[in-house]
Design a binder for this molecule. Sequence first.
Ligand SMILES: [Zn+2]
Length: 64
Amino acid sequence: MTDDPSPSAPTPHLIVVDSAELRPCSQCGARQWLAGLTYLVCAACGYRDGPTPQEILGQREGTP
Ligand SMILES: [Zn+2]
């Protein structure tokens, strides 16, 4: 039995950033973000701001 959900998609390391220069979350207004590679995730509500690396690389779904 494997306990690994998806070895091909490792969880990215999110760095906590809390800066007044960052804009507040558009959902809850918090200014504490978790910084991913190409995006920010609200630490309070989980709102994602910015494209994921997959979106930047290009989604093949619906794209010829
Ligand atoms: Zn939020």
